[in-house]
Design a protein around this ligand. Sequence first.
Ligand code: NCD
Length: 358
Amino acid sequence: MNKKSDLIDLNDYPVEWWEELLALGHKIITDPKAYAHACDGKIMGTLFYEPSTRTQMSFQTAMLRLGGSLIGFDNPATSSVAKGENIKDTTKIVSGYADILVMRHPTAGSVKAAALTADCPVINAGDGGHLHPTQTLTDLLTLKEEKGTLSGLTIGFCGDLKNGRTVHSLIKAMSCFKANKFVLISTKELALPVYIKDVLSASGLEYEECADLEKAIGKLDVLYMTRIQQERFASREEYEAQKGCYVLDKKKMSIAKDDLIVLHPLPRVDEIEIAVDDDKRAMYFKQAEYGMYIRMALILTVLEGKTKIDLVKGRAHKHAICSNPACITHKEQYLPHYFTGKGTTLICEYCDERTLVE
Ligand code: NCD
């Protein structure tokens, strides 16, 4: 398999690579015009199998501001996907037309599956409830610019920690920096998946779980609010039971630190009252703007292709089947079943879930 500069999981790259990207993002913020022709003649393909506003448009704007051009779809129903074309064929073809692909898909591991056979670098713009590395780069740039550091922060994550892919990616990233503390605020039904808790435990950093936002808010430097991910619930009833479980309002903001910043990947549904928008600590709109600059930095870095990675770290197991029913390996039958780990516990290389084998 050819090594490429795919971005599927931020943790595939060393922290120094992220830091260089953040530094480039900062340079672009201070002088965006200097990069206006950096991608002249380059084409980006955006394949959005799932709805998106910020991620898609900030990627598109980023490429246009670098002088490049765009192709792609934002509704698979208008492409050959509607005729039953598999991920491999669609992405293989478009990767021959474009220099870089950005893909969002409702299934965990799908973007990695595409990257395995694509002929150009592929960027994960969200794969089901799994990961969202470019939102994390957006969040890291926001923290760096607004807090001045990525270490020593007490960060509260609130809402749908089970299905929120932005939460998963950001926790994985922030667990690589010193002295961060995590407060996981959710109902028990929406608690963080075990594979992300494993990452936290392995980092040795402190974390606590708590169901009450009001109790936790006073100790936070950063509050990362998330929406309850309606589309990822098995039934309407299960969603209704969780809907509206956390609402950040002015009363809760009044007991928070003066230098707290409130982040949210957006879209917001009802978890932050509109009245909070006027609070100087509400950083979510600015955060979305940072997303465009960091994506400009990412496009430049990926096209430059200095750092290339191996997407497969383990090996294909002919008979092992991933235990996660939401994993792409259950939908795209042709995929090799790659796992890391040995003995009786294997870890799926597409969705990161554990599978026990005999
Ligand atoms: C998030 C996503 O798509 O995961 N939005 C985004 O990319 N900014 C969050 C969400 O949909 O709730």
